[in-house]
Structures are given as C-alpha cells and as structure tokens.
Design a protein around this ligand. Sequence first.
Ligand code: OSB
Ligand code: MG
Length: 367
Amino acid sequence: MKLTGVELRRVSMPLKSPFRTSFGTQTAREMLVLRAVTDEAEGWAECVALVDPVYSPEYLEGSVDVLRRFLIPALAGRDDLTGAAVAPALARFHGHAMAKAALETAILDAELVSLGIALSRELGATRSRVACGVSVGIMDSIDALLAAVDDYVAQGYRRIKLKIEPGWDVEPVRAVRERIGDLDLQVDANTAYTLATADRLVKLDAFDLLLIEQPLPEDDLLGHVELAKRVRTPICLDESITNARTAAAAITLGACQIVNIKPGRVGGYLESRRIHDLCVAHGIPVWCGGMLETGLGRAANVALAALPGFVLPGDTSASDRYYETDITEPFVLADGYLSVPTGPGIGVRPEPDLLDAVTVSTEWIPV
Ligand code: OSB
Ligand code: MG
C-alpha cells in the first residue's frame, strides 16, 4: 500500500451536557478527524487529544503540528505500507501517542478495508457485543448527580463511573451507592490526590467499589504502590499506562491491580492489544477507556473491548451519551451492550453531510 496523503479536519461537536472532571469542564468536543488516502483504499480515524494539555501532555494543535511536520512525512516514499509498519516508522519521534495512534488507525483501516477484514477480527475479538459503562462528571449538587445516574441506570448501563476530586468524593459516592444498590460502581480521580489527601480514598473502601482509577499523578508509580497498601479497593491506572513497558512496570511493582486500556493514550490499537496480552498473562483485568469519541473512535474501541481479557465494562457508551448527532451511524445501547461492527476496517464511515456540518477547517497533507 502506498500513502497519497492525509486529510486533517478540525471538528467541533457540542456535548449534550457539560462534562466536568478534576482537570476541567468540556462543553464541546473539539478533535481531529483523519482521512488517509492510499492507492488501495481510504482509512478513517480520530485523534483524541483534547484542546488543552490537561489530561496528558498532548493537545489538539500540537497533534496537528507533529502530524504535519514529522509523522505523516515519515511515511512518504514507501510502497509496502501497512498498519503494522506505522509505529516502527514513527518510533524515533518521542511521545505524541495520540497523534501516532490516529495515523496508525487510519492506515490500518485503509489496509483492512482493502483486504475486507474487520478490525475486531484482526485484533482477535471473541465477542460480538460488549457490556458498557458510563462515566459521570462532577456536578453542582448531589441531587443533580443522582438525577443523571438515575437516567443512565434506566438506559441500561452496566456500571457507573463517578469522576471525583478532593471535596467531591465520599458524599457523592455514598449517595450513589445508596441509590443504585449493588450495580457496579467505580471512581476516577484523574490524578487529583496525593498520599497526603489519601485518607479520603481510604473512606471509599466502605462503598464496595470495583476500582479507584488514577488517584495519584501519572509518574507516581511508587505512590500507587504505597496507596495500594492503605486501601482495600483495587487501584486501576489510566494516565500512568503509556505503553506495554510502563504497564509491565506498574504490574510488577504492584502499582495497580486493574488496567484501563485507552488506545489513543498508548499509541494505537496494536499497542493496546500488546497491553491486553500482557495483562491476561499476569491475571490483570482490563477495560476499555474512552475520550468522548465520535462514532469513528467508538467503532474501533468497541472492537478492542471485544477481546477476551476485557472482563470489565468499558467507557464505551452509546453515541447519545455524548452527542445529539454523531458523525457516523449512531451506536445504540441494547440491554446495556453495544454491538461490535462487522464491516471491514473499523466498520463505520462518517456520513459526509454530518461530518461537513461539524467541520471547522480542512487541510490536505500530501506525502
Ligand atoms: O479519564 O477516563 C478519563 C474523558 C476525557 C478524558 C479522560 C477521561 C474521560 C472519561 C470519559 O472518563 C470516558 C468516555 O465516556 O469517553
Ligand atoms: Mg480516567
């Protein structure tokens, strides 16, 4: 396969409701959509970097720059391009996992479309549908939180994840646990705690949570080892797990008992599969994280979440959790599950009119 060029689109999609985490509030999802044009087929992907570098060091305009200036040009002049060849070709550039993941996914999609193979099959999926959870943001009041949770429970979500930060933790978790009975419940701190404020996390042991996600800063693996001795609730890492090597280190040190695999954060679906395989070998449960994806990223995440080691429900919510109108055929929850796409590649395509309606700017990068 030979790459002709990549179209980068900046897209802005209003969120149905503001999403507040310990690092900020999002009211719209602005992201990049990539269309890779090859001599065989076109491939699509989204880059999940946020506008500001507040979740990880990457940010949208940084992704545009590194794609245009370094990553896309590194794929020029080869006629044997495959999805698997992308990461080695980009390896000399440090960081920028989300930009690399988007480029790899778009090329892999083009390759699999040309071969007529579904991404789920290529990755080794063993299920045709995946159980879904929902990530619920920090709210202005417990009443508002309970109303949102009631609504998600009524829609059939199989587990609830609450965003927490110091001051929004024990009380909301207690209130939601009382409200939902024994439905699976977990929390995500997005690095908002330190060992000094960890007493609040010890109190969460009373609420039978599945896990506490990323309580401490991303580079504080030893802090998580220490915290794991103080809390009974299993610790799950998100931000800290940047590739299979850091996953192996975290597991070996005892910094986590569960891993969130988020394809953008780790550089793509092929690295995600390596982390999955490593975790299965160590008996570590995994689940698929999310970055408020459109239908493009959701399709690929659902394919990944269908691998056998994904034993916990993911943040793979239905399109209407996020958007009034998705840019693909919407993903619809059925009995708390989403179906794994069966078409070739990621299995979905943007609807041209819907994509155009949310496109802010378009740039063609020839190679
Ligand atoms: O930490 O998992 C996170 C969204 C944006 C950035 C980071 C995170 C999240 C979520 C939402 O929790 C997951 C989703 O529903 O896509
Ligand atoms: Mg998280």
